[in-house]
Design a protein around this ligand. Structure first.
Ligand code: HMG
Ligand code: MG
Length: 334
């Protein structure tokens, strides 16, 4: 049966902001997350437990996680908040905070919460949490981004994924530079991506997010990659596409992935972002553009386009960036 439900993973608060040179106030990040939570999004990447020496902008991720746990953020649907963690230290930081707020979030082992009575004032649904590790498909990118080899990174991720699962959290695993590497060129071997994906799924990852970090992916190479992953036994439902739009090909590649069977897409509001270890890379494909595109195909994202467009315009202005979403600008101008 044709599955027309698509999950949008909003990565703006993390990928969208991590590269900004001027410190974005905690209050702005929290306001961004709270506004996004009201749009129907079910997944929001909210921060990163990484070294502040490497990525200073993510330094207040502990405060963001605490805020999510202490305050019942209003949302029409239950939300999974995600945080990057490249090693045990990152996971430990997250689990130490979670330990102080047991009961404030839903874990895999919890029984599904009964639907609230429609009359009384609704209590916001409890959030779920996710830890995301991030591997790379080339040795040079792994060294630049993680300061270790691919093999060493896998050894570090194994306990992070296992620990996250043991704490009732979802575990996501990124693979960066799957369609081109800023240091090793465009021809990244899809079989290498497939073997990494298989390893990370075997470790217990719930999902693999395929990062076109450089935005150099093309439609044929996206198809080749997804075909190779399928041949290696990776299921479409275990995949997300994480497309940066540096060359303007992200929507085209999203269309290829959608037709192939992928139903999860990472996007960032206003197209904000870029990777500190991928020179010149722009933001992810804009949330507004992807929502508009999918809805035009009769797909269902559950996301309120007008609300996201407003947020895009607001946060772009707040961080002093131009709004990179064509759809966002069009919707607001109309
Ligand atoms: P390292 O320097 O090799 O780590 O960095 P280390 O273990 O030798 O520790 C050095 C120092 O870092 C120590 O502090 C540690 O405590 C600290 P010191 O004793 O010097 O004061 N440290 C940490 N601090 C906070 N949180 C931690 C942590 N770990 C160590 N988790 C490390 C290795 C992985 C930590 C570093 O390289 C790092 O933080 N890298 C993160 C890079 C990053 O965040 N990149 C951007 C996100 S990935 C991305 O954008 C791609 C993606 O969007 C998909 C795509 O587009 O492709 C996901
Ligand atoms: Mg990215």
């Amino acid at each position: 049966p044709f599955n027309n439900r698509v999950r949008i993973v909003e990565v703006g608060p993390r990928d969208g902001l991590q590269n900004e040179k001027t410190t974005i106030p905690l209050a702005t990040k929290i306001e961004l997350i709270e506004r996004l939570a009201r749009t129907g999004l079910t997944s929001i990447e909210a921060g990163a437990f990484v070294s502040p020496k490497w990525v200073p902008q993510m330094d207040n991720s502990s405060e963001i996680l605490e805020h999510i746990l202490k305050h019942s953020i209003q949302s029409p649907v239950p939300i999974t908040y995600s945080f990057l963690a490249p090693n045990a230290k990152g996971l430990d930081t997250a689990t130490a905070i979670l330990a102080q707020h047991r009961g404030a979030f839903t874990t895999d082992s919890d029984a599904p919460s009964p639907s609230p009575p429609s009359s009384s004032s609704p209590t916001p649904p409890k959030p779920s949490l996710e830890i995301a590790v991030f591997a790379a498909a080339t040795e040079t990118f792994s060294q630049r981004n993680l300061n270790c080899s691919i093999a060493d990174s896998l050894d570090r991720f194994r306990p992070v994924i296992a620990g996250a699962k043991a704490s009732g959290l979802r575990a996501r695993a990124y693979i960066s530079v799957v369609l081109g590497c800023p240091f090793e060129g465009h021809d990244v071997d899809p079989r290498r991506v497939a073997s990494l994906a298989t390893s990370l799924l075997e470790m217990g990852a719930d999902e693999i997010s395929l990062g076109d970090t450089t935005g150099t992916g093309t439609a044929p190479r996206t198809k080749e990659l997804l075909t190779c992953l399928r041949a290696a036994g990776v299921r479409d439902e275990d995949l997300a596409m994480h497309l940066h739009d540096t060359y303007g090909q992200a929507l085209v590649n999203a269309a290829v992935a959608l037709e192939h069977g992928v139903r999860t897409f990472d996007t960032s509001v206003a197209g904000l972002g870029g990777c500190p270890y991928s020179p010149g890379a722009t933001g992810n494909v804009a949330t507004e553009d992807v929502v508009y595109f999918l809805e035009s195909l009769g797909m269902d994202t559950g996301v309120d386009l007008d609300a996201v467009a407003d947020i895009g315009e607001w946060i772009a202005a707040r961080v002093g960036k131009s709004n990179e979403s064509a759809v966002g600008k069009a919707v607001l101008g109309a």
